[in-house]
Ligand binder design. Structure first.
Ligand code: BES
Ligand code: MN
Ligand code: ZN
Length: 487
């Protein structure tokens, strides 16, 4: 979707014009017949309402759409404006219309709010149709340009920044959507390369042999059942003060999770193509930070493996030695995400001494049982970091809910043969997974783990996404960097 900013005269020639409407404030400059039609349709500008009418302007029929944003407080208002932008695009994306004028005249939006409407519009326009060879013409996206008129002062500069974030979300969605025969560790790296290097990120890639030489026995134990070799993708963005230690983002990148020898049942197994959603979010975030030239030092690490059953796959009961030196009894080969993350966490601490670490992972089904698809789980050893992330989540809509941790949960991981086992009991499965990861955090470095298993993929369309990949994680991490590392 192309966004352009024009002066008010451009709205007079448009065939499709959208207006954002506050509660009980249908624009006074609308033709009386349209204002009456909106009233008849009970459109009052409530948040989520949308009205379409047709009117004659200068001898041609013009479609006018009104999108309500209500009269909520500042926080509700922000989300409502974003949704209004998104719902306009959802309505016209495949309508046959190719251009839309978004006329903000008189809507009373701040520059920040106006940019929110554009963010919603662009995020909602994302689709991935590369595998559809038989899409009927009337199902194909047509809307390609939004011309913004009557925008408040300063919108263009703010949009530059938000557009970078939207591009990051788009990369994440693409990586998450692509099937596992297309995106596996090597191709995940390849797919990231061009956009990332063009944006100025420095990439490092560790292959399976280098990881073996370092002693990443836990990550490689997961990969050993697959013909696809593992990779560790490292993305550096050093836009902050030289010498300042970076913030680290670490993502679970299981490009397909069959469960391994602890094989998953068939129903729904196709969902496990998006078991790399944590890595996808880290990649998208790093691209966003680079595109908007963030004034912060940030390193992203993606642990990329495929978890397959095979003659060479690891077995339940196997003991592996992690990069940290700690040994792990692999009770369940389907609890593989933590086995990948632990080595990536140790590696990033040794290599970069980060000031804070946030990992993201589609780690447990239990988090979906607890939170459904509304919040991701947040686990942390540091109250200040947890508060920063929670606030960033509320500000962006990538919402986070904190869970408890503690020694009683940790005890579930004691093993009879090794330093720990990789699963606990049936109860508190998301928490014991977090306890496992915590064992790999050195010197009490502030660390948070986001269990995003419930928020990476949507079975139905949401506010700013169609059904499918949501791009969850990019917006909250970007906001977190802005409000903490760049503030
Ligand atoms: N990738 C799954 C978790 C998952 C489940 C993500 C459903 C998205 C949707 C993870 O690797 C896994 O299999 N976890 C197990 C852990 C268990 C064996 C302790 C789970 O949640 O069942
Ligand atoms: Mn698994
Ligand atoms: Zn998994």
């Amino acid at each position: 979707m192309q966004i352009q900013f024009l002066d008010a005269s451009a709205a007079t020639s448009a065939r499709l014009v959208a207006r954002i409407v506050n509660k009980d404030a249908v624009p006074a400059d609308l033709e009386p017949v349209l204002a009456e039609a909106a009233r008849m349709a009970r459109f009052s500008g409530k948040a989520g309402q949308i009205f379409e009418g047709f009117v004659e302007r200068g001898g041609q029929v013009v479609r006018v759409v009104l999108a309500g944003i209500g009269a909520g407080d500042a926080k509700d208002r922000k989300g409502a404006i974003e949704k209004a932008g998104a719902s306009i695009v959802a309505k016209y994306l495949t309508s046959g219309e190719t251009a839309l004028a978004l006329d903000l005249t008189g809507a009373g939006l701040s520059a920040d709010e106006a940019v929110g409407a554009l963010t919603g519009a662009v995020l909602r326009s994302w689709r991935h149709d590369v595998y559809r060879t038989k899409l009927a013409d009337d199902k194909k996206p047509t809307l390609a340009v939004i011309s913004v008129v009557g925008a408040p002062e300063g919108v263009e500069a703010l949009w530059e920044v938000e557009q970078a974030v939207a591009s990051g979300v788009a990369l994440t969605r693409e990586l998450v959507t692509e099937p596992a025969n297309t995106i596996y560790p090597e191709t995940f790296v390849e797919r990231c390369k061009a956009p990332m290097e063009a944006a100025g990120l420095k990439l490092r890639v560790l292959d399976d042999k280098e990881m073996a030489a370092l002693g990443m026995g836990s990550l490689l134990g997961v990969a050993q059942g697959s013909v696809r070799p593992a990779r560790l993708l490292v993305m550096e963005w050093m836009g902050g003060a030289a010498g300042d230690k970076p913030v680290a983002f670490v993502g679970k990148g299981v490009t397909f999770d069959t469960g391994g020898i602890s094989l998953k049942p068939p129903a729904g197994m196709e969902d496990m193509k998006w078991d790399m959603g944590g890595a996808g979010a880290v990649a998208g975030t790093m691209l966003a930070l680079a595109l908007r030239k963030a004034k912060a030092n940030v390193v992203g690490v993606c642990g990329l493996v495929e978890n397959m059953p095979d003659g060479n796959a690891q077995r339940p009961g196997d003991v592996v030695t992690s990069l940290s030196g700690q040994t792990i009894e692999v009770i369940n080969t389907d609890a593989e995400g933590r086995l990948v993350l632990c080595d990536a966490l140790t590696w990033v601490q040794r290599e970069y001494s980060p000031v804070k670490i946030v990992d993201l992972a589609t780690l447990t089904g239990a988090i979906i049982a607890a939170l459904a698809h509304e919040y991701a789980g947040l686990f942390s050893n540091n109250d200040a970091l947890a508060a920063e992330l929670t606030a960033a989540g509320e500000a962006t809509g990538d919402r986070l809910w904190r869970f408890p941790m503690g020694p009683a949960y940790d005890k579930q991981l004691d093993s009879a043969i090794a330093d720990m086992k990789n699963v606990g009991t049936r109860f508190g499965g998301s928490i014991t997974a977090a306890q496992f990861l915590k064992r790999f955090i050195e010197n009490d470095t502030p660390w948070a783990h986001l269990d995003i298993a419930g928020t990476v993929w949507a079975d139905k369309a949401g506010a700013t996404w169609d059904k499918g990949a949501t791009g969850f994680g990019v917006r909250v991490l970007d906001r977190f960097v802005r409000d903490t590392a760049e503030a």
